[in-house]
Ligand binder design. Sequence first.
Ligand SMILES: [Zn+2]
Length: 377
Amino acid sequence: MVDIGLNTVRRVKNLKLDRYACYLIAQKIRINNSMPEKFDFSKKEKPPQREVFNEDMTSEPKETAEERERLFAEKFIEENEKQHIPEWEDFLKKVDFPLLKNIFSKLLKQCGIPEEKMNFIVPEKIFSREWEIGAGTYWPEFNVITLSKVIEDKGYNPEIKRLRALIHEEIHAMSKSICIGWSPEKGTFKNQQTGFFRSIYKDAKIQSPVYNDPQKGGTSCEFFAVFNEAVTEKITGELTKEYLTQSNWPRNEIEDYEKEIKEHRHYTYGNIVPLINTIIIKMSLRLKIPRETIWNAIKRSYVEGEKFEDQKIIGLFEETFGKGFLDDFSDLLSPIFAGSEDMIKEFKEKYSLGFLSRRECIEAGLYDKDFQSIYDK
Ligand SMILES: [Zn+2]
């Protein structure tokens, strides 16, 4: 007897959704090599991870970019006298750049991107100075990294702090970046994307339904700053661990560092990594997909520069968190700005992201006295 009651319809609908979610996520991941062949779309030649266009979308001539980068270096040295402050000069000499590049290349390969498409910032294009907003900056305009003096507070290993700052900025550079329409007068691009982050001028056309109307902002609007930083920082944790274990970093320092991490000590952006972890757990429970798979999908989307223009991808988030979730998420101000903390707090409350219920903890297999430690992974 075939039951065609409402429950069956509902079951089938749910089944479809789950499978659909898996399918979408499978497209996004292939990070574990067990994905079936039919999900493999990587055969198409991929463009380089960093692309620079003129306003009319023709490729920017190489010389223009080189000239811009040369002027940056010239100006930096004019203002700061030299390329580096002593602490970074010493530290960068100790960094095993080939190893670091290898670690990055492995991650890209897992996302179906060959090494030759990678944008890895070589030591010659890294600068440091006494002061910087945050620990460092990746400048998509000039394709350089600037780093600042590391604050040596108690309990943190300053060398690992430096390593993390460097890896964090290299991750920004490695993620998909698209720069459109260089304006020498403004010293910026009209449109810019790195990873999930986008800055869009008000007359630019955007196709994503999750970006609010850029007209309401000033001359430009920024989107997904927090999502982008949270993912960058979570990957930073993973790659730092890989670097520490593969390099000949003193064993006792690695152990102390791991202890610090376990004690919920965060190196940067303390509150946004727990936010992304909670999002992963909630999506995993709702969509019945392992946490690791969700994280890999997010990671891959970040590396590929997901634009959230596909209603099905947006649907994956709305299925878990409700309508408007990505729209609100895209609005959160970068943690370096005043007011960001309150915005994040409000967002967490609206979408119940501040905590996991007892039921959710049990379902996620996290209900034990140590469950908080998942936040530090
Ligand atoms: Zn960052």
